[in-house]
Design a protein around this ligand. Structure first.
Ligand SMILES: [Zn+2]
Ligand SMILES: [Zn+2]
Length: 394
C-alpha cells in the first residue's frame, strides 16, 4: 500500500507530489530542495470531494514495519502494513485498504476545512494481531519482540455530514444516518491539530554546500566537507560516513551501521554475555526483507572484521540509507541472538539485556555485480539484486 502526498513548496508555493517513502521535497519549479522532517506520528488527510455538509476527519492508524519475535531457538519475522479504524463508527470502513493509493493526500493542515476526531492508537494491540495472523509456524513462546523500521502515522478519512446523513467524503458513498447530527461526534472531538512536518533546506550545516542524496534517503551527504547528515525529528543531525576502499571499479557502495555497544545483564553472570562486553554490531542501513536483514547483520557481526576506511569516495555510486540509526540500535538484541551459539539459554535473558551504544558510524562497503547478485569485495556476503530493488519501497 503506497501513496502520494501533496506538499506546498515553501519557496515558490507550488504543489509538489511526494512518494510515501520520500524524505526530500525537490521543487521542479524553483529547484529548491528541502528535507522533510516528519513528527514521530505524522498526520495525513485524504482530500475530499466537494459536497454539502460538515466535514469530520475520521482517524485510521497506519502501521508499516517489520516485527520480529525470538523463540527458544529461532527468530520469526513478518512485514506488516495495516491501516485500522480507531473509532467504533458503524458504517465507516474498518480499514482504508486500497483507497489511499488512488486518492490525493496532504499533510494534515493545522486549520483544516473540517473537524479532526481524536484517536488513541492501540499500537500494542496492532502488533499482537500482526503476530497472531503471521503465516507459518509460530514460536511456542516469544521471549523477545522487536519492531524495526516502523512508520506509524494517522490517516484521516473525511466524512460529510448533511443533516442526519453521513457520507464517505472520498467515495461519496452513504454510510448511514446519525440521529444526533454533529452532536454525535462530541466525545471524539480532537483538541489540537496534528503536528505538521518541518521542512529544512538541504544545505550542509557545516560548510553551506548543497547536500546530496536520493529522495528516499534519510541521510544526505556533503561532498565538499564529506559530512553526513541524518534527518531527525527536529532537523539534520551529523553522522560519520566512512568508505571502505574498493579494488577496481565497484558497482555499488551499500551502507551499513557499525555500532559499538556495551551489552550487560544486571545481576546475571552469563559467560557469553560477559565475553561480549563491549562489542561491535553491524546491520544494514537500509530496509530490506527481514531474513536478508538478519543474514547480512549476522554475517557481518560474526566476521569480527574491521575495515580501513577513507572519508570520501569520488563519484561513488551509493545505495540510499533508509534505516535510521535509532532503528539500527533497536535491532542489536536480535543480531546478538542471531549470532549466538546458545540461543536457548540466551532467549530468556533478551528482554532484560541492557544495550548502551558508545559509537555509531555509517560504513559504505563496496559490492560488485555478479549475475543476479551483488557480492561484497571485503568478505563473503551476497545480496540478491531483486531483494535490494524491492527494499526501496519498504
Ligand atoms: Zn518551488
Ligand atoms: Zn559540508
Amino acid at each position: 500500500m503506497a501513496w502520494r502526498v501533496n506538499e506546498i513548496c515553501p519557496q515558490c508555493g507550488a504543489t509538489v507530489t511526494l512518494e510515501e517513502t520520500d524524505h526530500l521535497l525537490s521543487c521542479p519549479y524553483c529547484g529548491v530542495r528541502h528535507a522533510v522532517c516528519a513528527p514521530s506520528m505524522p498526520g495525513y488527510i485524504l482530500v475530499h470531494r466537494t459536497g454539502a455538509g460538515q466535514v469530520f476527519y475520521l482517524p485510521y492508524l497506519r502501521f508499516k514495519g517489520t516485527v520480529y519475535a525470538c523463540g527458544a531457538d529461532n527468530i520469526f519475522s513478518r512485514v506488516v502494513d495495516l491501516s485500522i479504524r480507531t473509532i467504533p463508527l458503524a458504517g465507516a470502513p474498518l480499514s482504508l485498504g486500497l483507497r489511499v493509493q488512488g486518492t490525493p493526500m496532504a499533510f494534515a493542515p493545522e486549520t483544516p476545512p473540517g473537524v479532526y476526531l481524536d484517536c488513541t492508537p492501540d499500537i500494542k494491540g496492532i502488533l499482537e494481531r500482526a503476530f497472531k495472523t503471521a503465516p507459518g509456524e509460530q514460536p511456542v513462546k516469544a521471549f523477545y519482540r522487536a519492531v524495526i523500521g516502523e512508520v506509524i502515522s494517522i490517516i484521516y478519512l473525511p466524512l460529510l455530514l448533511e443533516r442526519e446523513t453521513l457520507k464517505d467524503g472520498v467515495s461519496g458513498k452513504e454510510l448511514g444516518r446519525i440521529k444526533d447530527g454533529p452532536g454525535f461526534f462530541e466525545p471524539w472531538l480532537k483538541k489540537e491539530s496534528p503536528c505538521p512536518p518541518r521542512l529544512v533546506a538541504t544545505i550542509c550545516p557545516n560548510c553551506g554546500w548543497d547536500l546530496e542524496g536520493e529522495g528516499i534517503s534519510t541521510v544526505f551527504v556533503c561532498t565538499r566537507c564529506m559530512k553526513g547528515w541524518e534527518i531527525d525529528l527536529s532537523g539534520l543531525k551529523q553522522t560519520v560516513c566512512r568508505f571502505v576502499p574498493c579494488s577496481g571499479n565497484s558497482a555499488m557502495f551499500l551502507p551499513f551501521w557499525r555500532m559499538e555497544v556495551h551489552i550487560s545483564v544486571p545481576g546475571i553472570q552469563d559467560e557469553e554475555l560477559r565475553r561480549m562486553g563491549t562489542s561491535v554490531v553491524w546491520c544494514p542501513a537500509f530496509k530490506i526483507r527481514p531474513d536478508v536483514f538478519l543474514y547480512l547483520a549476522g554475517r557481518l557481526t560474526a566476521s569480527g572484521r574491521d575495515f580501513s576506511t577513507e572519508e570520501g569516495m569520488e563519484n561513488a555510486c551509493t545505495f540510499p540509507v533508509t534505516l535510521a540509526g535509532k532503528e539500527a540500535l533497536e535491532s542489536v538484541k536480535l543480531i546478538v541472538y542471531k549470532c549466538s551459539q546458545r540461543k536457548s539459554s540466551l532467549a530468556p535473558l533478551l528482554s532484560i539485556i541492557n544495550v548502551v551504544s558508545s559509537k555509531m558510524e555509517l560504513f559504505y562497503l563496496p559490492f560488485d555485480t555478479s549475475g543476479y547478485e551483488l557480492v561484497c569485495q571485503c568478505l563473503p556476503l551476497t545480496i540478491n539484486k531483486k531483494a535490494l530493488f524491492f527494499s526501496r519501497s519498504l
